[in-house]
Design a protein around this ligand. Sequence first.
Ligand SMILES: *Cc1c(COP(=O)(O)O)cnc(C)c1O
Length: 375
Amino acid sequence: MRAIQMVDLRSQYDLIKPEVDQAIQEVIDTTAFINGPQVKSFSSSLAAYTGAKYVITCGNGTDALQIAMMGLDFQPGQEVIVPAFTYVATAEVIALLGLVPVFIDVIGTTYELDITQLESKITSKTAGIVPVHLYGQCSNMEAILAVAKKHNIKVIEDTAQAIGAKYTFSDGRVRQAGTMGDVGTTSFFPSKNLGCYGDGGAMFTNSAELAEKLHMIANHGQMKKYHHHIVGVNSRLDTLQAAILNVKLQHLDRYSTSRNEVADAYDKAFAGHTHIKIPIRATNSTHAFHQYTIQVEGVSRDELKSYLAEKGVPSMVYYPLPLHQQEAYKNLGFKKGDFPVAESLCEKVLSLPIHTEMKAEDQEYIIEAINRFFE
Ligand SMILES: *Cc1c(COP(=O)(O)O)cnc(C)c1O
């Protein structure tokens, strides 16, 4: 049987091995393991790539969300609006900081928070909104930013799945995911579109003042060593990871192109399928295709998943349970039925293998296996 993987990090490494190995060796040779020069150079390169004025690196994407909320001075008891259908990290840091997660349902086609419900969620206690650019496509930032401005609340873009995606405003301005809100956050978890070989994360902002504060919070609240101005955390991007990311950033455009080619081939294979809904492409955002996620209709998604597993084709359910039905958030008092779109997606979504080194014959095998299930 073929060894098809959701993500093939080994093949990806093989193609850039000399560059990566050299970058790693340089860090070891200089022993500058913490805050070595590669961390700064990666921040600058990522700022240049994304168009963000400032990039502040940190330990992981979850920390990035937490530090962003600390930097924006969200106070315990305040509310933060977050989609009910996303990875748990977004809600987790809200709860950790003593803030109240306020869930909002999502749009069934594009997976972004439902902008038509946004204003009804805003109260005098609302501190911020966290749009999540799920699977790699930007949320409706123009509408979200307009509502946020009207109500004077902050916007933190969770860009962990969408680095490099480009959003076009109605006036023609084009901005990258993560650079439109007050702060954008991202993750360099190995399987993310720009992944390192361990944990890593970053924040984007265009405000010099906020950039300084975020940097301070990530470094124990200090500007000068052993002088602590505010309560901070210890959240650093390792020099080794920064060195690897410096190499991989140079390949990110190629990676995005490969992912889009894989997505296009799936689209072509399943367009108009009775039981498979292909991802809807937003007109105003490019897609980074962190995941290629179909919706399975009229048959059991889980039966398709097991059938594929038997044929050696992995697939994943991102995510099987919406946030409001998670045990950890029971205390918020939500129940089944509160966010019907999110709940229904949890039963229908299935992410297919997509990665930067997908072989055409492997993808054909995946497509054939799926088609055979419906025969
Ligand atoms: C991966 C991910 C995170 C968290 O990133 P880590 O680096 O694993 O902490 C947050 N939000 C979303 C949407 C993610 O996909």
